[in-house]
Design a protein around this ligand. Structure first.
Ligand code: RET
Length: 286
C-alpha cells in the first residue's frame, strides 16, 4: 500500500473507530442498542427456562435435544454481547456503485456492519438443525448435510458483508450463500417431513418446519433490503429486523421444542443406553 502526502506537507491518516467509540455509537441510538439488549435478556431468560423445564428429563436422547436447544441461546447471548460491546462491529466502506457508498458513520467513511451476526450464526444454526433433525428422526447423513451447509452459508454470508473490492464480489458471495441455503430448505421441506411421519412426530415437526422455513427466508430478504444490500432500510431497522427474526427462529422455536419434549414422548426417546461410548456396559438407570 502506498500513501501520498498532499503537496503542502500535511499527512492524512485513515480514521479507524475504536471499540469504545463503536460501543458509544450503539448506545447513543436507543433503537439500535435495544435490538441487542432485548436479545441478551431473551437469551438469558430462555436458558433459565430450559433448565427449569428440562429438570426432570431422564432419557438421554431427550436430554441431548434439550442441551442442543440450550446451545442456541448460549450462542445468542454471546453473539449479542459481542455486538452490544462493539467487539464484533466495524465500519465498512462500500464499493463504488453500492447504494450506501460514500456514507459516513460516527465521522468515519463507511456503514456500520454487524459482522458478528454472520459469524455467530455459524455456531447457532447447526444446533437448530441438529434439534430439528433429531425431532424428525433423521439419519446422521441428513443432519450432517444440513449442519455443514449452514456453516458454509453463514461463512459465505459473512464474506458477502465484508467484501469491499467490488459490487460483483459482494453479490457473488450472496448467490453462493443462497444456493447453500436452498440445500437446507430442501431437507427441511422434503426429507425431514417424510422422516417425521415415520417417527410419529409430524405434528410438532410441521409447526417447527413452518416457523423455520418462513423465518430463515427473512434473513436473506433483510440482507438484500438492508444496508449491506440495496440499502433501502437503515442500520437500526435492519438490526431490529434480524433481532425480530431471531425471536421467531430461536426463542419461539425453543419454547415449542421444550414444551414438546418435557413429557418425553416415544418419538424422541431412545432408552437409557442411547449414544453410549461403552457398548459393553449395562444400561445405566439415570
Ligand atoms: C445471508 C446472506 C447471504 C444469503 C443468505 C443468508 C441467509 C442467512 C440465514 C440466516 C439464519 C440465521 C439464524 C440465526 C439464528 O441464530 C447470510 C443473510 C441465504 C438463513 C436462523
Amino acid at each position: 500500500m502506498s500513501q501520498t502526502a498532499p503537496a503542502d506537507g500535511t499527512v492524512t491518516l485513515p480514521l479507524e473507530l475504536t471499540q469504545r467509540e463503536l460501543f458509544e455509537y450503539v448506545f447513543a441510538d436507543p433503537v439500535l442498542a435495544g435490538s441487542f439488549v432485548a436479545n441478551i435478556a431473551l437469551a438469558g431468560f430462555t436458558i433459565l427456562l430450559i433448565v427449569y423445564l428440562g429438570r426432570n428429563l431422564t432419557d438421554p436422547r431427550a436430554k441431548l435435544i434439550a442441551v442442543a436447544t440450550m446451545m442456541i441461546s448460549v450462542v445468542s447471548i454471546s453473539s449479542y454481547t459481542g455486538l452490544a460491546t462493539g467487539l464484533t462491529l466495524s465500519v465498512v466502506e462500500m464499493p463504488a456503485g453500492h447504494a450506501a457508498a460514500g456514507m459516513t458513520t460516527a465521522g468515519e467513511d463507511g456503514v456500520l456492519t454487524m459482522w458478528g451476526r454472520y459469524l455467530t450464526w455459524t455456531f447457532s444454526t447447526p444446533f437448530i438443525l441438529l434439534v430439528l433433525g433429531l425431532i424428525a428422526g433423521s439419519n446422521w447423513t441428513k443432519i450432517v448435510t444440513t449442519c455443514s451447509f449452514t456453516v458454509a452459508m453463514c461463512v459465505t454470508g459473512l464474506a458477502a458483508a465484508l467484501t469491499t473490492s467490488s459490487m460483483l464480489g459482494r453479490w457473488w458471495w450472496f448467490v453462493i450463500s443462497s444456493v447453500f441455503f436452498l440445500v437446507i430448505v430442501y431437507v427441511l421441506l422434503v426429507e425431514w417431513p417424510k422422516d417425521a411421519r415415520e417417527t410419529g412426530t409430524e405434528d410438532i415437526f410441521n409447526t417447527l418446519k413452518l416457523l423455520t422455513v418462513v423465518g430463515w427466508f427473512g434473513y436473506p430478504i433483510l440482507w438484500f433490503l438492508g444496508v449491506e444490500g440495496i440499502a433501502l432500510l437503515d442500520v437500526a431497522i435492519t438490526s431490529w429486523g434480524y433481532s425480530a427474526l431471531d425471536i421467531i427462529t430461536k426463542y419461539i422455536v425453543t419454547l415449542l421444542i421444550m414444551w414438546y419434549i418435557v413429557d418425553e414422548p416415544a418419538g424422541i426417546t431412545a432408552g437409557a443406553d442411547y449414544g453410549t461410548t461403552r457398548p459393553e456396559a449395562a444400561p445405566a438407570d439415570d
